[in-house]
Design a protein. Structure first.
Length: 256
């Protein structure tokens, strides 16, 4: 059986300060594809210089953009990540070791653990670690779905788990960056709340329910173990509710 080829698919916009390590971390893939939605900071040039194929396009939304990247990939097996994420050495080795088994028509997708770096430290409590995410999948049997901005991969069949290594998530650059990024999320969430089906979607989604329960579980207070960073991080769950998103503005001044 020939070695299965993998396309790394990345969506990006104005990520010149972070795209380099992301690209380096997936250099083992047979193709690196970046779908860029109008960067003005030279992200596209950096990607091309690193050997990635770049598609420049508009921004149709989170789910549609990730679908666009998957559809444009050369290979059926996809490793999907964002520009602020990196495959660590252990996860890379685990994926490489798995390659020979990907082409046997068995497991259609694999979850990996995502570990988040926030305001200068790793967040390892409150349900954020280990955070299992489907990121390696066969596009013939899996696809991006969900309602913006809450994307997820839907899979035909049982999902496997890669237990070695992490997908490192270098989230918001600062508390100001956090607030700036939450605004479009809040607006999109508000628009979705106008739909009659949103209640069914949110509370019928096991991932959302799990996140909600973990936030109020006693473990969620573990954010306090890491001081003010943990407190502000913990409030992000509430910031996803557009009616409460302004609280982060207040907490920004408390944090400083």
């Amino acid at each position: 059986m020939s070695r299965v080829r993998i396309s790394a698919c990345i969506i990006a916009k104005d990520e010149a300060d972070r795209i380099g390590p992301c690209l380096d971390s997936v250099s083992f893939c047979d193709e690196v594809l970046v779908v860029d939605s109008g960067s003005t900071d030279g992200t596209q040039d950096l990607c091309r210089a690193a050997g990635a194929r770049v598609i420049e396009t508009d921004w149709p939304g989170w789910v549609a953009q990730k679908r666009r990247a998957v559809d444009a990939a050369e290979h059926d097996w996809i490793l999907s990540l964002d520009a602020d994420e990196r495959v660590d050495a252990e996860l890379r080795a685990a994926i490489e070791a798995l390659r020979d088994d990907l082409g046997d028509g068995g497991t259609p997708a694999y979850e990996v653990t995502r570990k988040t770096f926030y305001l200068g430290r790793w967040i390892l409590h409150g349900g954020w670690y280990p955070e299992w995410r489907v990121r390696l999948f066969d596009r013939r049997r899996a696809h991006w779905a969900g309602i913006d901005p809450h994307d997820r991969v839907e899979v035909e069949g049982a999902v496997g788990r890669i237990r070695d290594g992490n997908l490192e998530h270098f989230t918001y650059r600062s508390i100001d960056d956090h607030i700036a990024q939450m605004k479009p999320y809040g607006l999109k969430s508000w628009w979705n709340l106008r739909n009659d089906d949103i209640f069914v979607y949110r509370w019928g989604d096991p991932d959302y329910v799990r996140e909600f329960l973990q936030f109020f579980d006693e473990d969620s207070t573990a954010g306090y173990y890491v001081g003010s960073d943990g407190y502000v991080w913990g409030r992000e769950f509430i910031s996803k509710n557009p009616a409460l998103s302004g609280e982060l503005e207040i907490e920004k001044h408390w944090y400083r």
